[in-house]
Design a protein around this ligand. Structure first.
Ligand code: ATP
Ligand code: ZN
Length: 286
C-alpha cells in the first residue's frame, strides 16, 4: 500500500487531487478525513499541511508526497532524505528578495548588515552564506510583506507569483533565489512492492503531464499541400494521413500544443486546409 501525502487545503490541494484522479486513482475527496483509501489502486491519501509533507515522507510515515519545491528545500536543504522524482507543472512561484521601492539597489552587498524577514530562513541562510553576505534573518510565519513598512525589517525574502502583493506593499523585487513548482517526492527506501506501485503511478502521471494542454486536430487537406502540412505538424511519430473519396484530397490527424493552436490553424488554412476540427484530448499514452 503506497501512502501519498498531499496538501489538505491551500494552493496545491485541488491540482494534486486532479492529478491523482487523472492518473485513475479514485478516492473520495473528503478533507475532513485525514486518511482516505483509494477504491481501485493500492494507495491511500494522507491530507496534511504542506509544511509537514517533506518531513513525513523523509520519516517514512508516507511513501510519496506532492509539495512545493520551496518547502522541500526549506525543510530538507540539499540532503537526500527525500528524492524529487518529478516536476509536476503546477504551483509555479519563486522565492525572491525584495526591498522598499525607493531604495537604490546595487547588488547583493545591499543586504550586508541588514535585517531580512522571511518564512524561509534556511534557504535564505544558505543563499547568503554562499555569497558571503552577513545579514540578520528574522523568521516570521506570515505577513512577511508588511514588515518593512512596519519598521520590523529592512527587506524581505518571500514567495512571489505575480508580484502584485509586493507592489501594493511598496516593495520591489531585486533577486530571485529559487524557482519553484509542485514536485513529487518519495522516501528513498521503498519496499519492492511499493516501488512497483510507484512505477505504475509515475507512468500514468507522465501520460497526464504530456496530455495536458494538447489538442487533437483533424482536417481535410489538398494532397498537393500534404508535405507542407506535415512539416507544420510534427506529431508524436508522424501525423496520420488517410485518402478521401474526393480525388486530390486527404484527411490529416495530429496532436498540437494548445499554445500553438491558432498559429498552426492559420498556417494550415493558408495552404488549403478545410473542415478543421479541434478536439479535446483525454490521454496520450507514450
Ligand atoms: P498550509 O496551511 O498547508 O501550511 P500555506 O499557507 O503554507 O498552507 P499555500 O498558500 O496554500 O500554503 O501555498 C502552498 C504552496 O503553493 C506554496 O508552498 C508554494 O509552493 C505554492 N505557491 C504557488 N503560488 C504561490 C503564491 N502566490 N503564494 C504562496 N504560495 C504559492
Ligand atoms: Zn504551509
Amino acid at each position: 500500500m503506497l501512502r501519498i501525502a498531499i496538501q489538505n487545503k491551500g494552493r496545491l490541494s485541488e491540482e494534486s487531487v486532479e492529478l491523482l484522479h487523472g492518473a485513475g486513482v479514485k478516492f473520495d475527496n473528503v478533507k475532513r478525513k485525514y486518511l482516505v483509501k483509494a477504491r481501485n489502486f493500492p494507495t491511500e491519501v494522507l491530507y496534511l499541511r504542506d509544511d509537514d509533507i517533506p518531513g513525513v515522507v523523509a520519516s517514512g510515515s508516507a511513501n510519496v508526497g506532492i509539495v512545493g519545491l520551496n518547502e522541500v528545500r526549506e525543510k530538507m536543504g540539499d540532503s537526500d532524505a527525500v528524492k524529487i522524482v518529478r516536476k509536476l507543472g503546477f504551483g509555479y512561484c519563486r522565492l525572491c528578495l525584495a526591498i522598499p521601492k525607493n531604495e537604490t539597489y546595487n547588488g547583493l552587498e545591499y543586504f550586508e548588515g541588514k535585517r531580512v524577514a522571511t518564512s524561509y530562513p534556511r534557504i535564505l541562510k544558505d543563499f547568503f552564506s554562499k555569497h558571503g553576505i552577513k545579514a540578520e534573518i528574522a523568521e516570521i510565519s506570515g505577513s512577511v510583506e508588511i514588515t518593512p513598512s512596519a519598521g520590523m525589517a529592512d527587506a524581505i525574502f518571500d514567495i512571489v507569483s505575480s508580484g502584485g502583493t509586493l507592489v501594493s506593499n511598496g516593495l520591489k523585487e531585486v533577486e530571485t533565489v529559487l524557482e519553484s513548482e509542485a514536485v513529487l517526492i518519495t522516501n528513498p527506501k521503498l519496499s519492492e512492492e511499493d516501488q512497483g506501485i510507484l512505477n505504475e503511478l509515475l507512468f500514468r502521471i507522465d501520460s497526464e503531464c504530456i496530455s495536458r494542454g494538447k489538442k487533437y486536430l483533424l482536417m481535410n487537406i489538398p494532397t498537393a499541400s500534404l508535405e507542407k502540412a506535415i512539416e507544420l505538424l510534427p506529431a508524436m511519430r508522424s501525423p496520420t494521413v488517410m485518402p478521401l473519396a474526393a480525388e486530390g484530397w486527404c484527411s490529416l490527424h495530429s496532436v498540437v500544443d494548445s499554445s500553438e493552436l491558432w498559429d498552426k490553424v492559420r498556417k494550415l488554412k493558408e495552404i488549403g486546409a478545410e473542415g478543421i476540427l479541434v478536439l479535446n484530448l483525454d490521454k496520450i499514452i507514450p
